[in-house]
Design a binder for this molecule. Structure first.
Ligand code: 2DT
Ligand code: MG
Length: 219
């Protein structure tokens, strides 16, 4: 009997600002490791690279850029890491990723760029096995102490971003059968433990590894 070769799972967590996304990513990563899974936590933007530093300066409003240009830099920042993500998955490491290409579309399209244009530079990136979207209303976000100081952390922007995420969800679900990509939306306006339990429920089926080859985004 030959054993089926399994690779690591690629789990993306997306969410609105103040949704508790980073906390949930850290908790999921910890729980995976406690369960004996070799797992790594990464986040986009990765502000440590040269491109990442340009993004950081833009987000802190220390520099200005054309909307198209900053969009391409966010995408390039993912391509910088794409081959290392693939290698790790193939070597059996599971990856928890805090934001990915969906944030790229949601934020740039909210500024008025075309949805199709925003999607194109991320075509062919490694596709997540599951994307867990942490949804929170702007009202709830406000109750949590409001937004921070960075560019985009404003209620008007967040409302638009939420609408684009909805559109992405519809598109992901319509492609689901052909691509196998799974998108789940979780109500992140609840207490931390309830949200964690839901996140785990969706991640758990993947922890023994994934059999099918790494898929490509949007293809
Ligand atoms: P953090 O607060 O999570 O560091 O995000 N963003 C992010 C984009 O506009 N495009 C992208 O492709 C990504 C990954 C969302 C910093 C901000 O950067 C935005 C919030
Ligand atoms: Mg932020």
């Amino acid at each position: 009997m030959s054993e089926v070769k399994r690779r690591g799972a690629f789990i993306v967590v997306e969410g609105l600002d103040r949704s508790g996304k980073s906390t949930q990513c850290a908790a999921l990563h910890e729980r995976l490791v406690e369960s004996g899974v070799v797992a790594q936590l990464i986040k986009f933007p990765d502000r440590t690279t040269v491109i990442g530093q340009m993004i950081d300066s833009y987000l802190k409003s220390q520099s200005d850029m054309d909307d198209h240009l900053i969009h391409l830099l966010f995408s390039a920042n993912r391509w910088e890491l794409a081959s290392s993500i693939e290698r790790q998955l193939r070597e059996g490491t599971s990856i928890v990723c805090d934001r990915y290409a969906f944030s790229g579309i949601a934020f740039s399209a909210s500024k008025g760029l075309s949805y199709a244009w925003c999607r194109s530079p991320d075509i062919d990136l490694p596709a997540p096995d599951v994307t867990i979207f942490l949804d929170i209303s702007p009202e709830k976000a406000k109750e949590r102490g409001g937004y921070g100081e960075e560019r985009y952390e404003k209620e008007e922007m967040q409302k638009k971003v939420r609408q684009v995420f909805r559109r992405i969800e519809v598109e992901m679900q319509s492609q689901r059968l052909q691509s196998g990509n799974q998108w789940v939306t979780i109500d992140a306006g609840r207490d931390r433990e309830s949200v964690s339990a839901d996140v785990w429920r969706h991640a758990q089926p993947l922890i023994t590894g994934v059999e099918h080859p790494i898929r490509r985004l949007w293809t």
